[in-house]
Design a protein around this ligand. Sequence first.
Ligand code: MUC
Ligand code: MG
Length: 367
Amino acid sequence: MKITHVEAIPFAIPYRKPLKFASGEVHIAEHVLVRIHTDDGIVGIAEAPPRPFTYGETQAGIIAVIDKIFAPHLIGLSLLQRETILNNLSRTVGNPTAKAALDMALWDALGRTLDLPVTELLGGYTDRMRVCHMLGFDEPAAMVDEAQRMRDHHGITTFKVKVGRRPIHLDIAVVRALREALGDDIDLYVDGNRGWTAAESAAAMKEMAELGLLFAEELCPADDVLGRRWLVSQLDVPFIADESAVTPADVTREILGGSATAISIKVARTGFTTSQRVHHLAEGLGLEVVMGNQIDGQIGSLCTVVFGSAYRLTSHRAGELSNFLDMSDDLLTEPLHIQNGELTIRPGPGIGADIDPDKLRHYRQDT
Ligand code: MUC
Ligand code: MG
């Protein structure tokens, strides 16, 4: 089970429809495929999506930090020494998606070595999650169209609506149009990606009070500590910390400080090992949890459902698992399918996915 080699491979797959939101936009999935090889001939895989507007990471930076700093800390260690590896990686600050991809590739390699699915190794609660679709900025009619398409083709009935940093009346018009067109049978929540002030958030949430929102996520800057606490204290829906609560320590600070009441777990930034810690903390604190999306491709979305299915708390709410549908292609031999509003884990060991060598040859950027 010794790690012999770590690869960080850049690849680029265009989006059919770019995703736009308050803190940025994504037109091409310029991700990094991470592969961990062991002396048993096993290869574990994961993907790192660079999100400079959230974590400051770039595709070139992820590859450099893996090749130059992280890989040498992994070579020669066993797949069972995950805590040693985590500790070694934590000596370098930042770089959450690079660290997370290494951790998930390690778990995938472990599952393949033991011939067991990672969901079962983590907790084995269920084999599926309901899917939530994230709606990026557009005109109200286009966002309603997209939601109807997602409901009619894939059975999706939960939608996260991107808001913030454009005229507030437009955001409110979108939420109203979605509720009117799709009725009361759908779940809706909003994510501001820190784009409003605390006062704007409070006013917008008041105007949308009749629209039956499930949650509000990261509406205003987390470092406006007092403003955010003031906002959260007057909301009558849970306030999800996303960008502001990445690590277990962040979660503790945000929740006990009264500036959030729920959390988003994203395996793209906390891998499986640290996501476990965040999950256990959330369980102890009695928080609502949503499995979030880091604008993941199919490997990342599969990793999210692999983790989310492992526990009751993480599989209770619909997970944000569908944005790969907006990409023009992907790397897996067997593409993911959302059916009846659900995504299921794959049978088979590890995360249950294999890379199509022809697709990788086509989309990789280093050859
Ligand atoms: C989300 O939930 O915010 C957009 C920015 C980011 O960091 O993640 C996405 C989705
Ligand atoms: Mg968010």
